[in-house]
Design a protein around this ligand. Structure first.
Ligand code: NAD
Length: 415
């Protein structure tokens, strides 16, 4: 007899905030051979699960004895109308919350203006987490956004969205901080600094009072400097800097990949290219490291066309670096792109996906950058940034990165 995952697992997936579809190919068990079941329930490698964290369901559970000898196995039984569901949930580090709480996947968003609400919308559409709590100084706005978002749920994924206060962030595993003043036409990001630093000084302790174990994800601008300050404000509460991330140049990296994809007529998912340094005017597009199908851009041009001239590069650079200014001039704010970047990063954090992302984080061990908060490709897992990837940059890029670091350092010192 075999047990194949099927629609019965949907309820379980929803309940634990796991994605639904990847559950389908997860496992085929041979319960008449219990000894083999442990190997058989290894995740199918779709990359959507926390490693070693499994949930499966079966109809008419067979009479095998569930083995709880490895890790923390929890068996729950729920009689159904015509079937009995058995949920075996195995949790291993780092998925177990420090307080031992097996909480639902709660996400907090503090500041639910354009960016916070677009982030929530992207989370709902993507099906990330189980519960989203919106907190804002403007409580009427938070309430209205939560209601509007919740009405999208029947068309998307089973999440709860509600407005609340800081106390409602208790148990949140990630808290997104998008509170503050948005960039106005003509503003540089650095000009926002003083105003948004004051907002952060108020918001960080309030979050940590109720969600002391949450990963903090700063989006408000200037994001690198505010991430640095957030880590500083959180440190006295025992929060390591690696647990305080900024969205950094994730959006710029996405813009770079999108534009290269369009230039070469290739799906941007297959373009590997990073924007690093400050999320702002001094950011560095790492042309020397860009690749498609394992080839650098010149090699790829020879195979696929249409070539990449200095003028093309200048144009793409301009369109990445100046994108926010142009969008703000046209519609007053940017939010869809950043909302999508936030949803991706939260997904990675909740599911310990170990993705390489150009999030912003305090750099510890890269020569010339130690102690500065900026974006480099980081390996990101369930508890934040794990390892920083020092890219083998060319001389101009290296110079640009050091300049970017100096800009951030100076701004931090000015606060
Ligand atoms: N990192 C990025 O790539 C990126 C991209 C776009 C925007 N941003 C930044 O995100 C931030 C938000 O932008 P927006 O367009 O959503 O602005 P917005 O004005 O629409 O929303 C800001 C929200 O923050 C709330 N707020 C202000 N002070 C608060 C406090 N002390 N506590 C709780 N809530 C508070 C406001 O009530 C408002 O609802 C800005 O700093 C903006 O520059 C970052």
């Amino acid at each position: 007899m075999c047990v194949v995952l099927g629609p019965a697992s949907y309820g379980i997936a929803d309940r634990f905030g796991l994605r639904r579809l990847p559950l389908l190919p997860l496992a085929v068990l041979a319960p008449d051979n219990p000894a083999s079941s442990n190997a058989a329930i290894a995740p199918a490698g779709r990359g959507h699960f926390m490693p070693r964290n499994l949930a499966f369901a079966c109809e008419n559970p067979p009479a095998w004895k569930l083995d709880s000898s490895h890790g923390r196995s929890v068996v729950r039984e729920r009689p159904g109308r015509r079937r009995k569901l058995v949920i075996l949930e195995r949790l291993c580090e780092p998925c177990v919350w420090p307080d031992g709480q097996r909480s639902i996947m709660k996400i907090g968003i503090v500041g639910c203006g354009m960016v916070g609400s677009a982030s929530a919308f992207a989370l709902v559409m993507r099906g990330v987490g189980r519960e989203i709590v919106l907190v804002d100084l403007n409580t009427a706005r938070a309430e209205a956004e939560a209601n509007d978002l919740y009405h999208a749920v029947p068309f998307a994924n089973p999440l709860t969205v509600r407005a609340g206060g800081y106390a409602d962030l208790a148990g949140a595993r990630v808290v997104v901080i998008a509170a503050g003043v948005a960039q106005k036409p003509g503003d540089t990001r650095l000009q926002l600094l003083q105003r948004n630093a004051a907002v952060l000084a108020e918001v960080i302790p309030s979050i940590l009072d109720h969600a002391p174990d949450a990963v903090l994800l700063v989006v408000s601008n200037p994001v690198d400097i505010l991430t640095h300050l957030a880590a500083k404000f959180a440190a006295p509460r025992g929060v390591p800097a690696q647990r305080v991330l900024g969205s950094g140049t994730m959006l710029d990296t996405a813009r770079f990949r999108a534009l290269l994809g369009r230039h070469f007529g290739v799906d941007p998912h297959h373009v590997h290219a990073y924007v690093i340094g400050e999320h702002g005017d001094s950011e560095v597009l790492t042309w020397s490291q860009a690749s498609i199908a394992g080839m650098n851009l010149d090699e790829f041009s020879k195979v696929q066309g249409p070539g990449l001239t200095t003028q093309d590069k200048r144009q793409i650079d301009e369109n990445v670096r100046r994108a926010a200014y142009k969008i703000i001039a046209g519609k007053g704010a940017t939010y869809y792109g950043i909302g999508s970047a936030v949803a991706r990063l939260v997904d990675v954090l909740l599911h310990d996906q170990r993705a390489i992302l150009t999030a912003s984080c305090r750099i510890e061990k890269v020569t010339g950058l130690s102690g500065v908060t900026l974006s480099l490709p980081h390996l990101v897992g369930g508890r934040g940034a794990m390892t920083t990837m020092p890219l083998p940059l060319d001389a101009d890029e290296q110079k640009g990165l050091l300049h970017s670091a100096a800009v951030i350092r100076e701004a931090v010192e000015s606060v």
